[in-house]
Design a protein around this ligand. Structure first.
Ligand code: DP6
Length: 334
């Protein structure tokens, strides 16, 4: 088969990946733990075709710009090297959620691309190998191969670039009654991508070392709270991981927040003071992903909706990992 179609979903990190190991291979400097979201999709088809002179990559409804195209071609090159097949590929990928929603489209994008390319090339790889391939393009994408709550270790210091590092599932989607309310703070695309944001943080922030030291500790505590199904502790630790990550970035001048971010953080504090279980998570953009106990969703939504400048709220729940899809749309695990 030289054609495949894959579907993948974005994920939100509860314990954040921010910073890479030195050297090649795109290894994270810290462990991370995320939840894969249902209802939002990237759909990607890959077809290797001997008649093509060059890779033909369309993202959304337009040919890919040089930067994103180079990342896609980098992944295709790894697949071509593994399958010893030089054919170029036709790639079509689209999201059913706005890229500017801050829902990490690179995670679902590279997860779907990795799965579709591996299958289109006829490689009989395990999902762990596909996760490792996705990680090399975007580390958060390694986690979107799996559903529910997913963990990705830090890379071992000094590991050779060819060392495999895949994410692994930690708990199923129904493990915790979690709902994520994505508070969209702007419709504009983000100014500084996460790779660049973490590079600047690591090279310039006076708090980079403090983050690298704290992140694994927060991660271990969050992992324990999750396995114990302690919702409040998971929420508190997720917010602490997000604030520590942003504190390190802010000190390097990497500022992702806008006024809406701060308004929503204030609204979350007010909701907690009323006894509602709502906690903040923020990635490389101004949007706040509010982690809410399923029984509090209606009241929390009501409390957030008045935040000045808020564009809209997208509601998402934990869901399944990436899958191959056939013509009739039925999914099957790799
Ligand atoms: C803030 O996975 O986008 O969303 O590996 O350079 O592609 P690259 O970075 P990326 O970083 C994600 C950063 C984050 C936190 C997280 O998802 O863990």
């Amino acid at each position: 088969m030289s054609h495949a179609f894959a579907v993948a979903h974005p994920n939100v990190a509860l314990s954040k990946y921010w910073g890479k190991r030195e050297g090649e291979g795109n290894f994270p400097a810290v462990p991370s733990l995320s939840v894969t979201l249902a209802g939002l999709q990237t759909r990607t088809t890959v077809q290797f075709d001997g008649a093509l002179e060059d890779d033909d990559v369309v993202l959304g409804d337009a040919p890919a710009a040089p930067g994103p195209r180079a990342r896609v071609v980098g992944l295709l090159d790894r697949v071509r090297a593994a399958s010893r097949d030089e054919r170029r590929a036709r790639v079509r990928s689209s999201n059913d959620f706005p890229t500017a929603s801050g829902l990490a489209s690179s995670a679902s994008g590279f997860a779907a691309l990795a799965l579709a390319s591996v299958r289109a090339a006829g490689l009989d790889w395990t999902v762990e190998w596909v996760s490792d391939l996705a990680r090399r393009s975007s580390a958060s994408a390694a986690r979107s191969l799996f559903g529910g709550f997913v963990e990705l270790d830090a890379g071992a210091p000094g590991a050779p670039p060819e060392t495999r590092l895949a994410a692994r599932p930690l708990a199923p989607a129904d493990h915790l009654p979690l709902v994520v309310l994505v508070c969209v703070a702007t419709e504009a695309a983000k100014a500084v991508g996460s790779s660049e944001g973490m590079r600047v943080t690591m090279s310039r922030s006076p708090y980079a070392l403090a983050w690298l030291e704290q992140a694994p500790r927060l991660h271990e505590r969050l992992r324990g709270a999750l396995l114990a199904r302690d919702f409040a502790a998971v929420g508190e630790l997720a917010e602490a991981s997000c604030l520590a990550m942003h504190a390190s970035a802010l000190a390097a001048g990497v500022i992702y927040w806008n006024s809406v971010t701060v308004e929503v953080l204030g609204a979350i504090r007010a909701l907690r003071a009323r006894g509602l279980a709502a906690f903040a998570s923020i990635d490389a953009g101004p949007h706040v992903k509010v982690l809410v106990h399923a029984s509090d969703v209606a009241s929390v939504r009501e409390g957030l909706e008045g935040a000045p400048g808020l564009k809209r709220i997208i509601e998402a729940r934990p869901g399944e990992g990436a899958s191959l899809a056939s013509g009739d749309g039925s999914g099957d695990r790799p």
